[in-house]
Structure formats: C-alpha cells, structure tokens
Design a protein around this ligand. Structure first.
Ligand code: GRF
Length: 204
C-alpha cells in the first residue's frame, strides 16, 4: 500500500475526510505522517486522535525556505513517503521540494482554477459575483495553484447566497472529491500527458 503524508496548517477538515475515507476502505492508503507548520493547527489534534504520527515543523526554527524544505524531505525519506497531499498547507513549497516529489504532490483549491488562485478564493469568487464556482484537485508544480488538473467539480452559486453558505457547500464538495482524487492517483488511474491528466480505468 502507498504511504502518504498530509500537510495541513489549519482546521484539517480535508484531513478528516481523508482519514474517514481510509477507515471505511474507500481510500486504500497508509497515512504515515501528518505535517504542520502551525503549532495550533487542529489538524495535528485530529491526526493524534487517530493515532497517526505527526510532525510540527515551525518555520521560525529554520533560516530559510530551502532549509525548511530540506529538513522536511529528510523526514519524508525516513518515513518512505510515496505521495504528499496538501490539505490547507499555507506554505509555498520550494523548487527543491517540488522536484524531489515531482508529480507526486497533490493540492486542493476551493475554486475552478485558473480562476481565483490564492488563499481567499471562495471570498474572491463570491465577491466577483460568479454564477459557477467549484473545487480543483491538481498536481503541484513550481508555480502556485498552477499544476495539471486531476479533477474539478462545479457548483452553481445560488442567487443571494451568503459567503458562509457558499463556503459550507464548497467544503462539502472538497470532502467528497479529495479522497476520490487521491485514490485515483494512488491506483495509477490518473496519467499525466503534458498538462493534461487522463483517466485510465484499471481493470481489476
Ligand atoms: C480548503 O478550503 C482547501 O481547499 C484550501 O484550504 C482549505 C483547508 O481547509 N487549500 P481544512 O483545513 O481542510 O479544513
């Protein structure tokens, strides 16, 4: 079974959805490590509650991004991590890291990329007045919110929908889609062709 690490800085609701999918057998993966850059991240508590190994790496303890990422890579190597799953990790990974895990880092973004990149995507889309928004799962490359798209789901924005309601629906969609997308990558069903990710159903 493939060994994955989830990186999370905050609430960890996507981490929770991943752990729940593993528990019910919908996602066949060995969650070997949860990494956070924030001591107070609820994600760390959620992982510990499940008995998953956690690692807090505080950027303050490192001189620069490269040193931080080099240390991180050391821990991942020790744990034999195959695939890195970003779930609300609020740090940009350096080229050193991205190259070491080329096409083996996934991210989830709460908008239909390339629309509304950045860390306030739901609010930005809501404020813009879009009629449709959604969720994107993509491979991570050296540019932010840019790598090849694995899957997207769209959500129509309801008339007069509040930001809070839209956020809630986006997060529900994330929790449904992310474990599935991770499963397809781990099963080798998401095949990269340039910028395109093709779905190849494996015969069982
Ligand atoms: C999610 O909306 C995800 O799309 C974005 O950060 C948020 C993380 O939420 N990258 P949570 O910590 O998983 O609850």
């Amino acid at each position: 079974m493939k060994r994955i690490a989830v990186f999370a800085s905050g609430n960890g609701t996507n981490l929770q959805a991943i752990m729940d999918a593993i528990s019910r057998g919908a996602l066949k993966a060995d969650l070997a490590l949860v990494v956070s850059d924030k001591r107070r991240a609820l994600a760390l508590k959620r992982a510990a509650r499940r008995g998953v190994k956690t690692l807090l790496l505080d950027p303050k303890d490192f001189g620069n991004r490269r040193d931080y990422d080099a240390a991180l890579l050391g821990f991942l190597k020790k744990e034999n991590i195959d695939v890195v799953v970003l779930a609300g990790f609020m740090r940009i990974l350096s080229p050193l890291f991205v190259r070491a895990y080329k096409n083996r880092i996934l991210n989830i973004h709460p908008a239909l990329l390339p629309a509304f990149p950045g860390d306030s995507a739901i609010k930005d889309a809501h404020r813009y007045g879009v009629k449709v928004t959604g969720v994107t799962v993509h491979f991570v490359d050296e540019k932010v919110d840019h790598g090849p798209i694995i899957v997207q789901v769209s959500l129509p924005v309801r008339d007069a929908e509040t930001l809070e309601d839209l956020e809630k629906r986006i997060h529900e969609a994330e929790h449904a889609i992310y474990p599935q997308a991770i499963a397809s990558v781990l099963a080798g069903e998401a095949v990269l062709k340039g910028r395109r990710v093709l779905r190849r159903r494996k015969k069982s």
